[in-house]
Design a protein around this ligand. Structure first.
Ligand code: NAP
Ligand code: GLV
Length: 309
């Protein structure tokens, strides 16, 4: 079994060593420009078109992340009929739960204000928001969104969720489809975006939609930078409609040094670390799925190309 590997941001040596240990029968190689030799599987992050074009011999392409926007934008360069398999949690769910719980609790208990007070040397009592008015709405109730909802549930915030198809979940009001978006936004004092980036969701965090949120709302974007119209958020923060935003993803990454977000204290910036790909968990999951595919069995996490996730 031949496996191609390409992950430009990672050191390939430990990945190849751990994949080899999990799949002793495999022959692994880092893909190089011009390599068109046969392969059975590809394990990739942000692959170039030349790596995958015409490779209809592949039995599976494994994406080293949950989001498949970077690979799907290759369009017709992707070999037709080859399953593209995303990472299913693989240790990202708990990281998302940690990140979003921290951001929600920070705003709810006003730790952002308390930090500013400490920097100014002020001792002043600060009351938390009222919980019944501090509803949290999660855009995207898939693998990661549902894990975030489960982490927030014990705190007792009113919870809302939005997805494409209708869901039911104890303790959460579930909204589905484009027509239900305004009602979801109007009900959500805090909006958490954990949607895949698709033609339908690009730019969803725009002035019109964010204006539907209650005044003094908060935004947490852990999905993709292109979900947010950055200048719209800045204007709404400066107008006071959005009280604060925690952003992990940006249209341009790294965020350029002259970007106005750096100068806006109500916007908290993190460098795309909400949920990172964990090597051991990912290798375990990919190896198990390769073994299943080799035996002709189905695997979870196969991307539906037409819907974009
Ligand atoms: P997922 O399991 O595919 O879930 C996607 C959810 O979004 C589903 O509930 C889906 O609805 C919903 N959705 C998709 N299109 C929609 C639309 N047009 N309208 C309403 N709902 C829609 O994805 P996931 O594993 O949770 O990951 C979500 C995203 O998180 C990834 O695509 C990636 O971009 C991002 N991410 C970021 C980081 C980071 O570190 N910042 C790390 C990992 C992932 P249905 O349930 O009805 O299909
Ligand atoms: C990271 O952003 C991922 O999609 O896994």
């Amino acid at each position: 079994m031949q496996i191609l590997f390409h992950a430009p941001d990672a050191n390939p040596a430990p990945w190849l060593a751990e994949l080899q240990a999990a799949l002793p029968q495999a022959q692994l190689r880092v893909w190089q420009e011009g390599d068109t030799a046969p392969a059975d599987f590809a394990v990739v992050w942000k692959p170039p078109a030349a790596m995958l074009q015409g490779r209809t011999d592949l039995k599976g392409i494994f994406n080293l992340g949950a989001g498949v926007d970077a690979i799907l934008q290759l369009g017709d360069a992707l070999p037709a009929g080859v399953p593209i398999v995303r990472l299913d949690d693989a240790g990202m769910g708990v990281q998302m739960a940690e990140y979003v719980s921290h951001a929600v609790l920070r705003y709810f208990r006003k730790f952002d204000q308390l930090d500013a007070q400490q920097r100014a040397g002020k001792w002043r009592f600060v009351k938390a928001h009222e919980k019944e008015n501090f509803s949290v709405g999660i855009l995207g109730l898939g693998v990661l969104g549902s894990r975030i909802a489960a982490a927030l549930a014990p705190f007792g915030f009113p919870l809302h969720g939005w997805s494409r198809t209708q869901k039911t979940a104890d303790g959460m009001t579930c909204h589905a489809g484009a027509d239900a978006l305004p009602g979801f936004l109007a009900a959500s004092r805090v909006v958490v975006c954990v949607l895949p980036l698709t033609a339908d969701t690009a730019g969803i965090l725009n002035r019109a939609n964010l204006s539907v949120m209650p005044a003094g709302g908060y935004l947490i974007n852990v999905a993709r930078g292109a979900h947010l119209v950055e200048e719209d958020l800045l204007a709404l923060v400066q107008a006071g409609h959005i009280a604060g935003a925690t952003l992990d993803v940006f249209r341009q990454e790294p965020l350029p040094p002259d970007h106005p977000f750096w100068q806006e204290p109500r916007i908290t910036i993190t460098p795309h670390i909400a949920a990172v790909t964990l090597r051991a968990d990912s290798v375990r999951q990919i190896a198990a799925k390769i073994n299943r595919l080799q035996q002709g069995q189905d695997v979870p996490g196969v991307v539906e190309r037409a819907r974009g996730y």
